[in-house]
Design a protein around this ligand. Structure first.
Ligand code: CUA
Length: 332
């Protein structure tokens, strides 16, 4: 068990999430992970060696050269060229080696191979969404093993940071800007994604998974996932979208208020708005709340919802409205 496994366990992670790793490092499942680990262990070993050497010499000199009867202070020699060259040249070489390995690993990590498969990553308070070349969007990142993946990251609101410990990959998602990073997963399995930039109330819950598919199975998965919604009744498709597009972070379906109002009994309810007027929840209100959330804010809630304009297709908005309807009408 290492620090990361303990952290994941503390946040309720599954046994699958906390396997592997050493005392110092989480499990390693990408091509860059061994490079990063080498840099860490290299710098760590040098630091540990010099820490031990300096402490040991300090103790030795304190004992050996302490003031005591029969010993008088000796004048110190002004120079020892050989000693001074030794303690300048050896550390210089070590520091240059640290720079070289660190620089090389950094450059490798931020220079994607030309044939990389591209996935768009969008961060918002407080969830991740991953968009594939065919337009399909998922709350988890699915990738094939053994193929370079290039991520293009941006954010809808504040700075978030995409971090997959098992891949040693970390990159900020910044609003109004596109950041790029790449990795190649080596082993099929499921790996945790964290947000590592403090981004507000839901920061510590802002997790996702990278699901690494065995080579050859990814394309079949993507094809199936992309067409899945059309095979479902609208309310069920809406439930899936509710779970996958991050609605669940702020809207419960059991009646308890979170950051936003619960979806249970929302349909047909007369809401008191923050400007004092009242509005009875219908299709148009729900649609507007998704594409222009600040237009009508329910009294007692902060106007913090990001817009989903352009991020939910019209059909998907309809599915979510049908799902909200299916959760029951307001009982006056
Ligand atoms: Cu997003 Cu922390």
């Amino acid at each position: 068990m290492n620090w990361l496994a303990m952290m994941i366990a503390a946040t309720g992670g599954s046994a699958q999430d906390i396997r592997g790793g050493t005392f110092w490092m989480p499990e390693s499942a990408s091509t860059t992970a061994p490079e990063v680990d080498f840099v860490f262990y290299f710098i760590f070993a040098i630091s540990a060696f010099f820490f031990a050497l300096i402490i040991a010499l300090t103790i030795l000199f304190v004992i050996r050269y302490r003031a005591r009867p029969g010993h008088s202070e000796q004048p110190s020699p002004s120079h020892n060229t050989a000693l001074e060259l030794t303690w300048s040249i050896i550390p210089s070489i070590l520091v240059l080696m640290m720079f070289w390995y660190g620089f090389k690993t950094f450059m490798d990590q931020y220079t994607p191979p030309a044939n990389a498969y591209e996935v768009l990553v969008n961060a918002q308070k407080w969830n991740w969404s991953f968009e594939y070349p065919n337009g399909y969007i998922d709350k988890d990142l699915h990738v094939p093993a053994g193929r370079p993946i290039r991520l293009v990251l941006t954010s809808q609101d504040v700075i978030h940071s995409f971090f997959v410990p098992a891949f040693r990959v970390k990159k900020d998602a910044v609003p109004g800007r596109y950041n790029k990073v790449w990795f190649e997963a080596t082993r099929p399995g499921s790996y945790v994604v964290f947000c590592t930039e403090y981004c507000g109330t839901g920061h510590s819950d802002m997790m996702a998974h990278v699901v690494v598919h065995p080579p050859g199975e990814f394309d079949a998965w993507l094809e199936k996932a992309a067409n899945f919604l059309d095979t479902l009744p609208p309310a069920e498709a809406g439930k899936l979208l509710y779970e996958q597009r991050g609605c669940t972070q702020c809207h419960s379906v059991d009646g308890s208020p979170r950051v936003g109002p619960s979806f249970k009994g929302l349909w047909g309810r007369t809401e008191k708005l923050s400007d004092g007027t009242e509005y009875t929840v219908d299709e148009d209100y729900l649609r507007e709340s998704m594409v222009d959330p600040q237009a009508k804010v329910v009294a007692g809630f902060d106007p913090v919802m990001p817009t989903y304009a352009g991020r939910l297709k019209d059909k998907e908005i309809t599915y979510i409205i049908e799902y909200i309807k299916s959760l029951g009408e307001d009982q006056p």
